[in-house]
Ligand binder design. Structure first.
Ligand code: BGC
Length: 763
């Protein structure tokens, strides 16, 4: 009986599979036929016009048809627009396209919806610290729902750049330093935005960026040169991009940096050979903002040369610079671009519009009712608050100062204690800052009436007001206080002396990370450090709540402050979420996805480094070993690290076999016990070291993780199935394969503290 069922189910699934495959086939035939017919009607200029994504300028509702941009739209010289907010404005310009241009081709509307729309989720680096793929996918789903309710059908996200250099401000926008974790997140984000059907009015097209290697800018300085081996690209930087292709991301954005001496925007190997030929990407590629024009400064030639080179390399759409629009007809005459490539690029853009359903209904995403009812809803905010509270990382909690009691007197001090504008963090283009919740509001509401809260500013962001201006752009001021620093500190010390516990809200402003926000010194700024010092001298218990978009150098804080909670920028609900964790309504469970170095001189410092021929064995310092005279090789907090209000202990690692062959599966298991007194969540991490290879291999690599919930006192056996698939890497010839030999299997609660065992695996 059981057998018959299995066979019936198998046959049924075959039918379903072949039906879906044939549906997909006929969909793509229909799309091809539609686009073929449309392209037959298009002039060369109209085809080139589709490749143009100009800056939107200031589009005023009701007057859009008189704008400069409308003139171009009417002439068929615009393929899409971006960062326009509101259904009314978007409808106005779409109307110009579909009523006043010759072929009535709808525009595509993009936006930097990076970590939420009006309901803002934590910055991506923070989101990654949840290690919760379902939560991350939900955040992208909600972002898509809200953005699509407001006219947007294309987002410039996910940003999947691996970054090992916390000086780089854009580390805040990515998912940290690990390629495996980054790949899982890339997939989750694409699924969240695009859902299963892009033509639905509540899904939007993803744009994976910045392709590629942008996070490896030399010296962490934005837009700087990148130069690395192909092995490192394939093993450590490319995987999240490849994962996004596999998840079906509809578009890609080229990065600003050069690769192998050729700007990514004009790099044919990157855009065509790797992306399209090796990975099978079928969508379209847009430049980054003026990426083509910047090739002139890179030293590649004039605008015509740069545009031709970009187009022929595989760029399909030109953001802002209009190089393709203005120079391509001439380049075609001169034979430096081909009609075939222009056609191909045009086809990709039209296909994207087709997939989004814009040809069926150009106003598909312009529904006033949805705009009124589906944005910044109570449910979305609840989800954002919940996810934010999972993204915070408890770095230290000496003497269990945390959680705080919902009683007594708390002194809340610091330049970030009562600020809304900075809570959403960098790249919150659609946010309404007035809707964000400050930490003060959160503490009052979650703490309730039995908590007395005293507040003082304590210090400005920094002593240097010019620095503070640079760090407070886009309406994210910290409202600088003009009083002398000593007066502010004294006021803070006075209220600290009246309190049972002090919460210091310090760190970076939102715009100290993000684009063009690199820092050469990644400490908490001096004015705030001095404040911390003065408050510590009161002898009262102190909790540091650190706002940051990057790993900071917190060695001094780790040595001197009893409790540290790293809260990144938690989004519109940050104030509530931080309070939820401070008061223990939520037990913190976030774990770092980037290494926190002791000082800037150690950078790049990342957990999956190579061993070298002279690794430090045993204690620092050793002469003629790979180490420094003045600092050990250790980070302050390693990759994967994060504490909880409870404790987790790990039993011995059990391996199902010590020698395996071919495609066998190894089971690695371990008992994890919640040995504390509160329920909590632990992120159990699996690392593997490939001891011997035809090329050198990292000292460990993340290969799996599980986020598990354990009641106080509970033990769970956690296991991972390991197959040769997990052992593969790109070798010297860039062949993706595994090599037989010895492997060290490690499981633990962070990349440093692991239980290990070893196996040999033959082919
Ligand atoms: C950034 C991109 C962004 C684009 C459009 C550029 O400056 O590098 O990440 O998507 O602007 O706003």
């Amino acid at each position: 009986m059981k057998r018959i069922w299995v066979i019936t189910l198998f046959l049924f699934s075959l039918t379903v599979q072949s039906q879906t495959a044939s549906d997909a086939k006929s969909d793509s035939y229909r799309m091809k036929a539609f686009v073929d017919a449309l392209m037959k009607k298009m002039t060369l200029e109209e085809k080139i016009g589709q490749l143009n994504l100009p800056g939107s300028g200031d589009i005023v509702t009701g007057q859009a048809s008189n704008s400069d941009i409308a003139k171009k739209i009417k002439e068929g010289k615009v393929g899409g627009l971006f960062n326009i907010k509101s259904v009314a404005k978007i409808r106005d310009v779409q109307k110009v396209a579909v009523e006043q241009s010759r072929l009535k081709i709808p525009l595509i509307f993009g936006m930097d919806v990076i970590h939420g729309y009006e309901t803002v989720f934590p910055i991506p680096l923070a989101l990654s610290c949840t290690w919760d793929m379902q939560a991350i996918e939900r955040s992208a789903r909600i972002a898509a729902q809200e953005a699509s309710a407001d006219g947007i059908c294309w987002t410039f996200s996910p940003m999947v750049d691996i970054a090992r250099d916390p000086r780089w401000g854009r580390i805040a926008e990515g998912n940290g330093e690990d390629a495996y974790l980054g790949s899982q997140i890339a997939k989750a984000m694409v699924r969240g935005y695009q859902g299963t059907d892009l033509s639905k009015n509540n899904t939007i097209m993803a744009c994976t960026k910045h392709y590629a290697l942008y996070g490896a800018a030399e010296a962490g300085r934005d837009y700087n040169t990148v130069d690395m081996s192909h092995q490192r690209m394939y093993n450590d930087y490319f995987p999240p991009f490849k994962a996004a292709v596999e998840a079906g991301a509809g578009s890609f954005m080229a990065s600003f940096n050069e690769i192998d001496g050729v700007p990514a925007t004009g790099n044919k190997w990157l855009l065509t050979d790797v992306l399209r030929k090796q990975w099978g990407f079928k969508g379209f590629v847009v430049t980054d903002y003026t990426g083509i024009n910047e090739m002139i400064e890179h030293g590649i030639g004039d605008l015509q040369t740069a545009s031709a080179r970009a187009l022929m390399a595989g760029i399909d759409m030109d953001m802002v610079g209009e190089g393709i629009l203005t120079t391509t007809p001439k380049s075609l005459k001169e034979g430096i671009v081909t009609l075939q490539r222009i056609d191909e690029a045009c086809r990709k853009i039209l296909e994207a519009k087709y997939k989004l359903g814009l040809f069926d209904d150009p106003y598909r995403y312009c529904d006033d009712k949805r705009a009124k009812t589906e944005i910044f809803t109570a449910d979305n905010r609840k989800e954002a608050r919940n996810i934010a509270s999972q993204s915070f990382v408890l770095l230290k909690n000496q003497g269990n100062i945390l959680p705080l009691k919902k009683g007594g007197t708390i002194a809340l001090i610091g330049p970030l204690a009562d600020n809304k504008q900075n809570m959403p963090g960098t790249w919150s283009v659609a946010a309404n800052f007035e809707n964000a919740t400050s930490l003060l509001t959160g503490l009052k509401e979650v703490g309730g009436n039995n908590v007395k809260i005293l507040t003082a500013r304590g210090s400005n962001l920094d002593y240097d007001s010019l620095f503070e201006d640079r760090a407070g752009m886009f309406g994210k001021s910290l409202h600088r206080d003009s009083r002398p620093p000593s007066v502010m500190v004294q006021e803070a010390v006075d209220i600290a002396n009246q309190a049972d516990v002090i919460v210091l809200a310090v760190g970076e402003s939102a715009e100290m990370t993000g684009e063009s926000s690199s820092r050469s010194n990644i400490e908490i700024p001096a004015a705030q450090k001095s404040l911390i010092n003065s408050i510590l001298r009161t002898g009262k218990p102190v909790v540091l709540v650190v706002f940051t978009g990057r790993p900071l150098t917190l060695q001094w804080e780790q040595d001197n402050v009893p409790a540290i909670l790293n809260v990144w920028f938690g989004g519109s609900e940050a104030g509530y979420a931080i309070a939820d964790v401070l008061f223990g309504d939520v037990n913190p469970s976030g774990k770092l996805t980037t290494t926190f170095p002791q000082n800037v001189g150690q950078i790049p410092l990342y957990y999956n480094h190579k061993n070298t021929g002279r690794p430090l064995q045993g204690q620092w310092f050793q002469k003629f070993r790979s180490n420094y005279l003045d600092v050990s090789n250790d980070p302050v907090y390693p990759f994967g690290f994060g504490l909880s209000y409870t404790q987790f202990s790990y039993g011995d690692l059990k391996l199902s076999s010590s020698s395996l062959k071919g495609n066998q599966t190894l089971k690695a298991s371990i008992d994890v016990t919640n040995s504390g007194t509160r329920d909590g969540k632990e992120i159990v991490q699996l690392y593997i070291r490939d001891k011997v290879g035809s090329t050198t291999r990292p000292v460990k690599e993340l290969k799996g993780f599980q986020k598990v919930e354990l009641k106080a006192g509970e033990t769970k056996n956690i296991s991972f199935n390991i197959t040769p698939e997990d052992l593969r890497f790109y070798n010297y010839n860039l062949k993706y394969d595994w090599e037989p030999g010895e492997f060290v299997i490690m499981i633990g609660g962070n990349s440093r503290d692991v239980k290990s065992g070893s196996v040999t695996w033959s082919k």
